[in-house]
Design a protein around this ligand. Structure first.
Ligand code: ADE
Length: 250
């Protein structure tokens, strides 16, 4: 997969592309990320990428021309079928969208700064507008990194063990189960015995049950596609209205 990112601050994104799972995916050619700066596509001496909003108001708006020209420069390298603008006005990203995006061959991510981009870009050039959550960032760069990293985990061969993805929160429509590592007891709190049993069927069942438990507690809105087995596991957990204080406070 190829992702072209249009950003005024490539130096925000570049270092994260060299590290960890994402860095390895790029090294192994499973994913290609190219950074382009719209400033390099300006025609004036000052390399102007923004201007005051028509109608007045605070802040500046990103101009059409540099972004259009930057996108056009990608013709022949990117199909330009998916031109995604990162914006708090976009559709809120979730795992389902991530999986759909991971099936694309390529995409362009546009990172806005200032008060956003000229609306004509959103209407004529952009195919999808994506928000990473209901809060406002100073620019789309960190949002682009979120999108790239989430997509990269879905590409075959990127995550060493598929079980890691398989147990990720949201992959099965729930939050992930709790995880433990050595030592077996720490400051008087011991790891649930079933995890030390070597009984893989029992461990899978325990994990699904705990995933359902924590999801019902923290994100009941996610529990809308339960299997018969899930229902049975939830019934076994029972009604936990008398929760430990810490969970009740969330
Ligand atoms: N740019 C500014 N805020 C954003 C958000 N919440 N999601 C995506 N891009 C953004």
């Amino acid at each position: 997969m190829r992702i072209d990112v249009l950003t005024l601050f490539p130096e925000v994104i570049a270092p994260a592309l060299t590290l960890g799972v994402l860095g390895r995916a790029l090294d192994n050619g499973l994913l290609t990320v190219c950074l382009e700066n719209p400033r390099d596509f300006t025609k004036d001496r000052h390399k102007t990428v923004d201007d005051a909003p028509y109608g007045g108001g605070a802040g500046m708006v990103m101009k059409c021309e540099p972004l259009y020209t930057a996108v056009e420069s990608l013709i022949g390298r990117n199909s330009l079928e998916h031109i995604v603008l990162l914006s708090p006005r976009g559709r809120r990203l979730d795992q389902q969208m991530v999986m759909e995006m991971a099936s694309w061959t390529d995409m362009v991510l546009i990172c806005a700064r200032y008060e956003g981009v000229d609306e004509r870009l959103s209407q004529d050039l952009v195919t999808d507008e994506v928000s990473i959550g209901d809060y406002v960032l100073s620019g789309g760069e960190t949002a682009a990194l979120v999108v790239i990293e989430a997509i990269s985990r879905m590409l075959p061969g990127v995550v060493g063990r598929w079980e890691s993805v398989d147990t990720d929160s949201f992959f099965h429509g729930t939050l992930g189960p709790p995880q433990y590592t050595r030592p077996p007891c720490f400051r008087g709190v011991c790891v649930p015995e079933v995890l030390l049993s070597g009984d893989h069927a029992a461990i899978d069942r325990f994990r699904r049950k705990e995933a359902l438990r924590v999801t019902r507690l923290r994100r009941p809105d996610l529990l809308n596609a339960l299997t018969e087995e899930d229902r049975q596991l939830l019934a076994e957990i029972g009604d936990e209205t008398q929760l430990p204080e810490k969970e009740n406070e969330r």
